[in-house]
Design a protein around this ligand. Structure first.
Ligand code: ADP
Ligand code: MG
Length: 331
């Protein structure tokens, strides 16, 4: 199968069932040298790109359907972190060979999440080499509703969506590197739930629409809470105090010893939840607005004035211990 047949067969979808606003539209999509897009007036374009490399961002034996889902989900999570509504994406695919089974599972996972979030594939690139998937997403945000990392101020409350640490536990379970005592506390349903969290992250787009009305700073958690929180606090010129007992743990993690559970939740990575801050004056309105959402959103701490310091409620420094490092590709 040639490159053009491959694109036609797997990446040209009938999108007639989805609707996008009239103000953002595709003038030319897949098939020419570039896409031509009409952008809505009075909104800002937000764009972000993420690459998933086989063996680095997902285990080599991952179900290709999950790879298709995750490749777009991690990018949608970045749009959510910016308060943007997804509109279009491009796909640069490097494949070792053109394997029909792999491509059909990958494209079905990708198509399913693309349609669920009403984001359209407008072009890409297809090359041969070690498996890697790069997706560039585009979305729009009202100019007064952008969510940046650098807006947190002392005394603001720190919130996270969903639960933390499940995906990291899933990865360790998949790699068979949990300790015997950890394994003894968990059952098959726990492992399956965590591996599902690892493979099928749920981008918090709907939550972000609500959060954008109240938050002063926001980002998504991809490399572990502590590492990502330290980006947010450093850029904001602040510190943070985290109440470890408030960390939202998935069922499986809640069965582990506190220190083990906290380590996964603080430093695990692959959560793709939103981390954001809300000023005290807005907290009660914000918490009322949360009743409209089905996703749990939990306050886990408070922004402090001591720049660079992230501690627990007893004053113990959290971001200087060896177990608290998040994922860094170059360290
Ligand atoms: P060029 O030769 O100009 O680089 P290509 O031959 O790479 O163009 O691609 C032809 C068309 O197919 C372009 O519109 C491109 O955006 C699209 N395309 C290529 N690969 C993919 C892909 N993996 N997914 C979606 N569209 C793709
Ligand atoms: Mg060309």
């Amino acid at each position: 199968m040639g490159e053009f047949d491959l694109i036609e067969k797997y990446f040209t979808w009938d999108d007639s069932s989805t609707h996008q606003s009239d103000s953002a539209s595709i003038i030319k999509g897949i098939g020419d040298d570039g896409a031509i897009l009409k952008c809505p007036a009075n909104q800002h374009l937000v764009t972000s790109v993420d690459t998933l490399v086989s063996g680095v961002h997902f285990p080599e034996d991952t179900d290709p359907q999950a790879i298709g889902h995750k490749a777009l989900a991690v990018n949608l999570s970045d749009l959510a972190a910016m308060g943007a509504t997804p509109t279009w994406f491009t796909l640069a695919l490097t494949l070792p060979d053109s394997n029909d089974n792999w491509l059909s599972a990958f494209s079905s996972g990708l198509k399913k999440i693309a349609q669920a979030f009403d984001i359209k594939l407008i072009g890409g690139d297809t090359t041969r080499g070690p498996l890697s998937i790069t997706i560039n997403v585009m979305g729009f945000v009202n100019s007064n509703e952008t969510l940046l990392r650098d807006g947190a101020k002392p005394s603001e409350k720190i919130y996270v969506t969903g639960t933390l640490g499940g995906a990291a536990l899933g990865l360790k379970a998949h790699q068979n590197s949990l300790s015997a005592s950890q394994k003894s506390l968990l059952n098959t349903a726990d492992f399956d739930a965590c591996i599902h969290q690892l493979n099928y992250p749920n981008p918090r787009i709907a939550e972000s629409v609500v959060i954008a009305n109240y938050a002063s700073a926001c980002m998504d958690i991809s490399d572990g809470l502590l590492q990502d929180l330290s980006h947010l606090t450093n850029l904001s010129g602040t510190g943070a105090e985290i109440d470890l007992n408030k960390l939202p743990l998935p069922k499986a993690l809640a069965k582990l010893k506190d220190e083990d559970a906290w380590s996964f939740a603080l430093s695990g990575g692959d959560d793709y939840e939103l981390l954001f801050t809300v000023a005290e004056t807005k907290v009660s309105d914000f918490e009322r607005a949360l009743h409209h959402l089905s996703t749990p959103i939990r306050c886990i701490g408070v922004i402090t004035s001591e720049k660079g310091k992230i501690s627990d409620t007893t004053g113990r420094l959290l971001n200087k211990t060896s177990q608290s490092q998040g994922y860094d590709h170059f360290s």
